[in-house]
Design a protein around this ligand. Sequence first.
Ligand code: ADP
Length: 798
Amino acid sequence: EPSSLSGLPAGVGEALEAEGVAELYPPQQAAVEAGVVDGESLVAAVPTASGKTLIAELAMLSSIERGGKALYIVPLRALASEKKAEFERWEEFGVTVGVSTGNYDSDGEWLASRDIIVATSEKVDSLIRNGAPWIDDLTCVVSDEVHLVDDSHRGPTLEVTLAKLRKVNPGLQTVALSATVGNADVIADWLDAELVESDWRPIELRTGVHFGNAINFDDGSQREVPVERGEDQTAKLVADALDTEEDGQGGSSLVFVNSRRNAESSARKLGEVTAPRLTGDERDRLRELAEEIRGVSDTDTSEDLADAVEQGSAFHHAGLASEHRSLIEDAFRDRLIKCVSATPTLAAGVNTPARRVIVRDWRRYDGEFGGMQPLDVLEIHQMCGRAGRPGLDPYGEAVLLANSADTREELFDRYVWAEAEPVRSKLAAEPALRTHVLATVASGFAATRDGLLSFLDNTLYATQTDDEGRLAAVTDTVLDYLEVNGFVDRDRDGGSEGLAATGIGHTVSRLYLDPMSAAEILDGLRTVAGGADDEGAESGEFVPADGADAGADPDADEPGFTTYTREGDEGSDSGVEAAESEGDSPAVTPLGLYHLVSRTPDTYELYLKSGDREEYTEVCYEREAEFLGDVPSEYEDVRFEDWLAALKTARLLEDWANEVDEDRIAERYGVGPGDIRGKVDTAEWLLRAAETLARDVEGIDGDVVVQVREARKRLEYGVREELLDLAGVRNVGRKRARRLYEAGIESRADLREADKAVVLGALRGRERTAERVLENAGREDPSLDGVDPDRSASAAAT
Ligand code: ADP
C-alpha cells in the first residue's frame, strides 16, 4: 500500500490512495525494491501509461523529504506545463514547484527557492551555461523519455546535460524513464543505475492488423469489421469503436497519419462518422468549444478545426497554436471529441489515450533519403501504447491498416512481433560537438584537451562505442573550427593542451547559439561596417560558415504541403530604402537581417517546393543589394539552394513585419499558424543575440545595433515601423494598431489625448477592449461612460 511507503512527506501516501492508487503497479513496486525512495539511481523502461510518472514522483518527494531538490527534464515544452500542473498537487504537503521556460539567456535565479523544477533539456543546458546557482544543490534528476538520446538533433543535448549534472553533483540520484527499447541495459550502465524493465500494462493492449473484413489480433483473436469495396477502412473502424458500448459508452479513436494535410482531411472525413452519433447535449457543448477555437485566432486552420470539432472530430499537429492543441487534448480526454486525427507528434508524450488507436500510415515522406520510408518500430509502439484509458476502458486496441494479405504479414513482422530498436548516441557529429565542446570549456568543465576528452567519457556515446578514436577525432576538428573563429584559445605549450573560451566564446555559449550561427552572424554584420578597408577590422579572423548543414533538415517540422502560388506582390514594396549610409557599406534592411539569421543552423529553413527555385532566384537577384554577405554562385548547387530556402524564410518574416495577414502568409508559404509563430520566435531570439554580439565585438558599426533592434521589434509585434509605439501598448496588437493609426491615433501619447469616440470606433465599438487599451496607454480616466457608440462610428469614418 502506498500509505506504508516510508521516506515521503507526511500525508503523501494517503493522498495517493485518495487518488485511486490503492497499490503500486508491479513496475513501481520493483522500482521501490530497487531503492528509488532511498536515493538509488534507476532506469525504468516500461510501456506508456504504466505509471512511470509516479516512480519519478516517489524519487523526487523522498529526495526532497531528505532536504534535497529535484529537477524533472521533459522532452517538449508543451509537456513542461502539463507536468508542473501535475506536480502542483504536492504543494499542500509543502513541496513547491517551478517551471523554467522563456529565454535561453537567463540564469533562472528565482528557481532557487523551488523544490521541484521542470524544464526541457535545452533549458537546463542553458541554465548550466549561465551559471544558475542552484544547479549545485540538486539531489535528484529525472529524465523523461530518455530514449530520445537517440534523436540526432536533440539527443546530444540531453546526453551532455546529464553528464554535466552528474559531474557537478557526484551523489546525484538519476532516474531515467524510458519506453521499452532494445538496450535499456546500456542506458542503465551509462547512468550507473539499477534497471527496471517490464512489459506490464495496467490494462490489456491488443495489437492487430485490419485487412478485408476483420482485424487479426496478436493474441490470435479476430474481430469482424467488414469493409466493402469503395468504403473507407479508417471510417469503418472508427464507427465500429463508437458503436461498441462498454460501461454504457462508445469508444473513442486516435488516428495516426503521416502529414498535417492528411490529418486535416482525415478529421473532416471522420466528422461524417462521429456527427450522427452525438447526443444533443454533446452537440451544444461542441458548438461552444468550436466558438472558443475560433476565438483563439482568426485563420483558416482555426476555422477548419472549429468546423471539424462541431462534428465531434478534430485534428492535431505541430502546426496548431498551442491553445488549440490544449483545447483539443482536454476535450478528447473528456470524451467530448470522439476522434482525433494526428501526426506522430501526439504520440510523443502528451497524455491523450483512446480506446482504439488506428495507425493509418506507417510510412512517411523522408526528405533525407527520399521517398516514403517506414517508421521506426519504437515510434509505432509509442502510438499503439496510446490505446486504452485506465479506469475508463476495459481494454485498448491498436490497429494497423493493410490493403493486401501480404502487407498484413509484413506489418505483423515489422511492427507487431518486433522489438523496438536499440537507442544509439548521436553525439559524435560535428554540429552537436561544436556547440557542446564550446559550452563545456566555457562553463569550466574542462580546461585542457585531455580534460575535455575525459569529460566526454561520461557520455552514452563513450559507453556505447567501440571506436575509441572517433570522438577524439571529431573533437579535434571542432576545436580547430572554434579556434579559427576566435571562440577558444588553445595553449599548445606544456603537457596537455590548454583550452579557454575567449570573451566572445563565453558570450556565444551563454546566448545558446550554435557557434556556426554566431560566426555567420558576425561575418554578415561585419560586411556592413565598411570595414573591408578599415585597418582595425579583424575580419580575417572570422571564416564564413561553410554551409555544412545545407539542405532541408529532415528533423525539422514536417513538410507543409500547400504549394506556393505566385500572387500580388504585397510586401515587396519594402525594397531598399535608399542606401543612406555613405561609402561602400550595403544598406541594412530588415530583409537582409532576416536572411542573415535564417541561414544560420539555428533556424529550420522552409522547404523549397517545386517552382520555388525559380521564384526565389528571381527575388534573390532583385534584392541582391540587401544581403549581408556574398550570394553563392548558382553553380554551387547545395549552397545556393540553402540560400534560397533561407530567403523564403526571410520573406515570410518580412511579410509578418509588413502586416500581411496570418492567413495569407499561411497559404503563401504552405505553413500553419504555429509555424509562423515558431519562425518569428526563433528569428527574434537570434536577432536579440545578434544585438548582443554586435555590441560585444569590435568593428561593427553602432548604427547596425539600432537597426537590428528595430528589425526585431517589428517581428515582435508584426508591424511596420510607424506602428511600433502603438503596438507596444498591451491589448493593442498589429491589427488594432493599424486601425487606430488610420483613425489618426499614431502613438501611445495620442491614445492618452484622443477623442474616446474615435478610439471606440477604431476598435469596432468594443467598449471593454477600448477601456483596457486606454488604461494600458496610461490614460487617467479610461472609462467610456457617456461615450456615444453611434457617434463613435461616424467619428472613425471621418
Ligand atoms: P506513463 O508516465 O508511464 O506514461 P502515467 O504515469 O501517466 O504513465 O500513468 C498513467 C495513469 O495511471 C495516470 O493517470 C496515473 O494517475 C495512473 N496510475 C499510476 N500509478 C497508478 C497506480 N499504482 N494505481 C492506479 N493508478 C495509477
